[in-house]
Design a protein around this ligand. Structure first.
Ligand SMILES: Cc1cc2nc3c(=O)[nH]c(=O)nc-3n(C[C@H](O)[C@H](O)[C@H](O)COP(=O)(O)O)c2cc1C
Ligand code: SF4
Length: 400
């Protein structure tokens, strides 16, 4: 939603869904801001081009090699010498941030106040989010969700790792300041007919990051500000992501926090099913106790009617989100409504789909993407031959 040129295509999407569902399906869209991340460089590129040589690095190289002549050597000679260092020596030479860029690829942080565009984020982001929200309204969406979760910019402002000294970092009330300013700017521009929610983390699942106590504080602040709903997610951070291969970028769903975000059957006790519900429940309780009515959404391993109903009945959430189950069987709601729950194609929680997303490939489900059906007709397939959409479900009762 970063530019007007996307409005036409998105309007078509909205109209298509509206027509196909007879207006029953409501379409919401997430607005996301993210900071720059680069691919992991080759050793040659890192030392040949990316590393900024300064006086300190000349001194550090001299100390490492116990040869002070490096302090006044030519740049090219220094770069070539650095290139021949062992990994152990590189770990001693580089400052922590540069070592991270060497091993993982360069990644911007909200705390990089020496960079003007990062310093000025609090001035820029409310307007950018508000303009994006206006485009969503023009495209015809029913609701807008501000993405304050996972590895995105706004989540980094909320994070306990945000130590900005400009009033937008440090204590919780400062960390929540920009998200609230973004909310206010969006609310002002968004037509009142649209729903406005946000997604944020009940737990960042990283060392020194936010825990449920922080999330409860933010939830109450968001509800007080007037968000219509709060969608609670978990983890999905860069800080514990696996080292990418050379030439690939770090991906925030590859470490323990990422596994919590999209839990598989290998996640360990108590398994993936409804794993994040206690986070949503704690936030909802605090929001209600504070006298606010924003709805709370929970998601994560919810794939059956009874599980969803029980969560709602116990008052742990007001709405259920189901990403993978809805990909595994886009008709599962309909089947349940018709009393045909035994026909639901249940998600296996293996994250085959997430692997495709990580590889920037069209996301499909292993349960249906290789199926060939006699009545397939002219279906769209991916370049590697997978069907792009789930096979149509036909039941004698489907239209009743
Ligand atoms: C392929 C894939 C893409 C996803 N993309 C997004 C996204 O764009 N925004 C988001 O907030 N969550 C995204 N998620 C996370 C889901 O919204 C959800 O939080 C997570 O999968 C756990 O819920 P589930 O068990 O119902 O899938 C994605 C998940 C998958 C599997
Ligand atoms: S590929 Fe299909 S079955 Fe596997 S986790 Fe994704 S949605 Fe579930």
């Amino acid at each position: 939603m970063g530019h007007d040129r996307y409005i036409g295509g998105l309007r078509k999407l909205v109209e298509t869904v509206r027509e196909a569902s007879g207006g029953r399906t409501k379409l919401f869209i997430q607005i996301i801001d993210f900071l720059a991340i680069r691919r992991r460089p080759t050793k040659e590129n890192f030392f040949g081009r990316y590393l900024e040589l300064d006086v300190a690095y000349r001194r550090r190289l001299g100390e490492l090699l116990q040869d002070s002549t490096w302090e006044c050597a030519e740049d090219q000679a220094i770069r070539e010498r650095m290139l021949s260092l062992s990994e152990e020596q590189i770990a001693q030479l580089l400052r922590p941030r540069d070592l991270e860029s060497y091993r993982f690829g360069y990644r911007e942080r909200v705390t990089d106040l020496d960079r003007p565009h990062i310093r000025d984020l609090p001035a820029a982001l409310p307007g950018l989010f508000a303009d994006a929200a206006q485009r969503c309204a023009e495209a015809g969406f029913d609701g807008v969700e501000l993405h304050f979760a996972h590895a995105y910019t706004m989540a980094s402002f909320l994070s306990a790792l945000n130590t900005r000294q400009d009033g937008y970092g440090g204590p919780r009330e400062n960390r929540v300041r920009l998200p609230l300013e973004v909310y206010a700017a969006v609310r002002q521009k968004l037509p009142s007919s649209l729903v406005l929610g946000c997604r944020f983390l009940g737990d960042e699942v990283i060392g020194g990051g936010n825990r449920i106590e922080d999330a409860v504080y933010f939830g109450v602040a968001f509800a007080k500000a007037g968000f219509d709903y709060l969608s609670i997610s978990k983890g999905g951070k860069f800080e514990d992501a696996k080292q990418p291969k050379v030439g690939a970028a770090a991906y925030p769903y590859t470490g323990p926090s990422g596994h919590e975000c999209m839990p598989t059957t290998h996640i360990g006790p108590p398994g993936p099913f409804g794993r994040n519900v206690p986070l949503a429940a704690a936030i909802r309780r605090a929001v209600r106790e504070a006298g606010f009515s924003s709805l709370v959404v929970t998601s994560g391993g919810i794939s059956s009617f009874w599980q969803a109903e029980e969560i709602l009945r116990r008052g742990e959430a007001d709405l259920i989100g189901a990403a993978r189950q809805s990909l595994a069987d886009p008709d599962w709601f309909k089947k349940i409504r018709l009393g045909l729950g035994d026909q639901v194609r249940r998600c296996l929680f293996t994250n085959y789909c997430e692997g495709l997303d990580q590889a920037h490939k069209p996301v499909t489900c292993q349960l249906w993407d290789r199926l060939q059906l006699p009545d397939d007709g002219e279906i769209v397939r991916t370049a590697d031959g997978r069907r792009w959409t789930a096979p149509a479900w036909r039941s004698n009762l489907a239209n009743s």
